[in-house]
Design a protein around this ligand. Structure first.
Ligand code: HOZ
Length: 428
């Protein structure tokens, strides 16, 4: 494949954008080479500026669950744009999507829309602190909840990709209120509660971690977190930015039958436009301004274009009784096929999967937390990434990111992908 125009565009971007990108993982630094500049996308495929076509396993890091440029979503945005793109006033559309989201997700009475998953998690933690009148939070090493200060401590995703545990610019004062626990390690959580009695406002967790590869919760882990929170007066916050409206209509809460106190959304809820949201029981959500004392606001929050895209997306997911089953089956097919060829080629690997989230780790041992995720062989991942790219398959350019499966993928695409994985390791 030729990447001439992408390379030129990257040179130009570097003159005016730090590192040439607006989100670090995109720069290909973890895998080497030049980032691909995408011109357009349709269904399961991306088309770059040099005219190359790829089967897409990033899917905008999750939102494109029905495929790129999905016509009903595009039409909803276009029609809405003709009516004005932002008013900074309430609109009927916001109530419509709120009603739908509340009906789909278990245990939430009210939802507030923001512009990104980062904002949703940041606001959820502020709300939890205000509501409980406590300062400390527990987050898990390798979980990523966006780039607000409280979370940039042992965060997964881009921070792990570049091997920076913490970001400069996060003050000691902020860092001291974030306690770190190991994912899937309930004893660790208990010991933090023991050492910080009546000080912990909330536990925030990705119920299926997706930013250190895909890491499922061990059986009973989420239930035990629920119990600890209920007993201690702390709130349980599920960061469902990746899992929400993807693992089930009601996300991980529905899949695992666990009720969180606050749930954060992003990605799918915006249908590919910049939307985040956080939701919970009325007694907690009414603590927000203008009813309550906890402040949170935004000019573009509930933006009509974004709400129109989100409403169309959620409506389709709500009405299609088979969608989550189909996604699960497609991803299971991919998992099975990749397992067979990796075993055949004697590759040391672990594949983790929950529904339509999947990741391949080049280590034979189980991957269940940040440490075990870090044991993966990154040199093999780099080769894997570039060899797949050459064959027209675009996975995330980092071993710490999850692959997201879209319903637009055909079994032919999946079979081709498995064949390519086989080829890659046969030639090594
Ligand atoms: N690390 C982000 C996803 N987990 C990357 C998002 C992006 O680059 O768009």
């Amino acid at each position: 494949m030729l990447y001439k125009r992408s390379s030129q565009l990257f040179v130009e971007a570097n003159q005016v954008i730090p590192g040439g990108v607006n989100s670090p993982v995109r720069a290909f630094k973890a895998v080497g080479g030049t980032p691909i500049f995408i011109k357009e996308a349709k269904g399961a495929y991306l088309y770059d500026e040099d005219g190359n076509k790829y089967i897409d396993y990033i899917n905008s890091w999750g939102p494109m669950i029905l495929g790129h440029a999905h016509e009903p979503v595009v039409n909803a945005v276009v029609e809405r744009a003709k009516m004005g793109t932002s008013f900074g006033t309430p609109t009927a559309l916001e109530t419509k999507i709120a009603e739908l989201a509340v009906s789909m997700v278990p245990g939430i009475d009210k939802i507030r829309f923001v512009n990104s998953g980062t904002e949703a998690c940041m606001s959820a933690v502020r709300l939890a602190r205000g509501y409980t009148k406590r300062d400390k939070i527990i987050k898990f090493s390798g979980c990523y909840h966006g780039h607000s200060d409280s979370f940039l401590i042992a965060a997964g995703s881009g921070l792990s990709t570049f091997g920076v545990p913490n970001s400069p610019g996060v003050t000691q004062g902020t860092a001291k209120d974030t306690l770190l626990a190991n994912y899937n390690d309930i004893e660790h959580v208990k010991s933090l509660f023991e050492a910080n009695k009546n000080e912990i406002a909330a536990i925030i967790i990705e119920p299926v971690a997706g930013n250190m590869g895909c890491i499922p919760p061990k059986s009973g882990f989420l239930e035990q977190l629920r119990t600890i929170c209920s007993e201690s007066g702390a709130l349980l916050i599920f960061d469902e930015v990746m899992t929400g409206f993807r693992l089930a209509k009601g996300g991980a809460q529905e899949l695992f039958s666990i009720q969180a106190d606050i749930v954060c959304f992003g990605k799918v809820i915006g249908g590919g436009l910049p939307v985040g949201a956080f939701a919970g029981r009325a007694e907690i959500m009414d603590y927000l301004s203008p009813l309550g004392p906890v402040y949170q606001a935004g000019t573009l929050s509930g933006n009509p274009l974004a709400m129109a895209a989100g409403l169309q997306m959620l409506t389709e997911l709500n009405e299609d009784q088979e969608i989550f089953k189909r996604l699960d089956e497609k991803t299971a097919f991919l998992e099975k096929g990749m397992r067979e060829v990796l075993i055949k080629n004697q590759v040391a690997f672990t594949i983790n999967r929950v529904g339509s989230m999947i990741s391949v780790h080049f280590d034979a041992n189980p991957v269940y937390d940040f440490q075990t995720a870090k044991n993966g062989d990154n040199e093999t991942f780099k080769i894997f990434f570039h060899e797949l790219l050459k064959r027209g398959i675009y996975i995330a350019p980092s071993a710490y990111e999850t692959w997201f499966i879209t319903d637009a993928l055909t079994y032919e695409d999946l079979t081709y992908t498995i064949k390519c994985v086989d080829e890659v390791f046969q030639s090594l």
